[in-house]
Design a protein around this ligand. Sequence first.
Ligand code: PLP
Length: 461
Amino acid sequence: MPKLDPTTDEFRAAGHRLIDWIGDYFERIDDYPVLPHVQPGDVERRFDAAPVADGKPYDALLREFEEKIIPGVTHWNHPSFFAYFAITGSQAGVLGELLSAGLNLNGMVWKTSPSVTELETVTLRWLRDALGLPDNLFGIINDTASINSFLALAAAREAAGLDVRRRGLSGLPPLKIYCSEHAHSSIEKAAIALGLGIDGAVKIASDDRYRMRADLLEQAIARDRAAGAVPIAVAATVGTTSTGSIDPLPEIGPLAAREKLWLHVDASYAGPAGIVPELRWIWEGIEHADSITLNPHKWLFTPVDCSVLYTRNPHALRSAFALGEVPPYLTLTDTAEINYMDFGLQLGRRFRALKLWMILEHYGIERLRGVIRDHVAMAARLAEEIGKRDDLELLAPQMLSLVVFRKKGGDEETMAAFERLNATGELFVSNTRLRGRLGIRVAIGNGATEWRHVARILDLA
Ligand code: PLP
């Protein structure tokens, strides 16, 4: 009988080499171009039509990895990666992933591996407290904020008492979710997946600082109710994708409560900033939130993927997804047996808490705070330098580690500067359009970024 892995000899030898490879990569990351110089199909063409019949040694694979795969890689771990949300992994995170892969655990229910469930409970309690969030929140880790917003809004639909879980949507009036015009597209996707349709995600206009206008939200809810629709939730954003703007929870929260609507808060980018005490103003009004999603894989040095969903109403989440009867009296304490499969769509679950635990414990809260503080300070300095320039201007107020600016000359010059910046390969920025005007968007979030990396934007813009 052939064995898949007859011994661990090759594994050990290759494993040591791979750790060295990753160590070298982290040390020399500055030497890589952030953006690859490839055309669509270039990477695919390098591979044969089918895998080999007889296996190759790991040495050969590592060579092919360097020759065929690395040239097509966009280096998200690069300190000059400023596009999207500049998410970064970390050495502790990589080691956590490695251990998790070695164990290959599946935490569908508590019994399938108690440590998977209980470490998730512990790390999410630690994280909740470290972020300065209310202590009545139950947490679960899923892959992305998109999925977490979908799950939260499914809980909202359940909490609306329409018995959709049993009866489906047929015969019901249109259901509505409200979000700002700057909300992430995942809210719209959630509305599609929940059977509300795109029209079920109502976009509310924003104010001059790109924040949802609570007065227009109130009007939209009244208008929809008068037309026979059923509002079920408000999805506010703490840290919008384009500008990092923060919807006014102190106004939206009481309004949602008065209207008996679930308040979901998408804090997937900005949430980790709460780890820094002087940045906790981002949470003003968060006590009104029924659910909050935030991504350690965006701004807490956790390798993709790791997104957290907190809710103060785990019963609604459980009612939306658990199989069988859900006892309404069930209290979820940290010591109760939790079967996380009951709180979402998927059955199988990766051991994501392991890397989060490694990160929280290896770096410690103070070091994590220090790095996030630096990111915000570098963004503030960039905004200040832009303010001093005759040819550049901010297009939105600097928020946390995010800066959006433009050439004063207008869109054409801004586009030329944007293309010039990225064409160097030295750094990577993204762009956005605000009230019709093009902006260059700089998100700082890498654990190795220094001011000299950021300063190149000013040199090249
Ligand atoms: N919400 C906001 C505000 C975002 O900026 C993003 C992505 O950038 C998302 C949600 C989606 O995150 P994910 O990729 O984890 O689904």
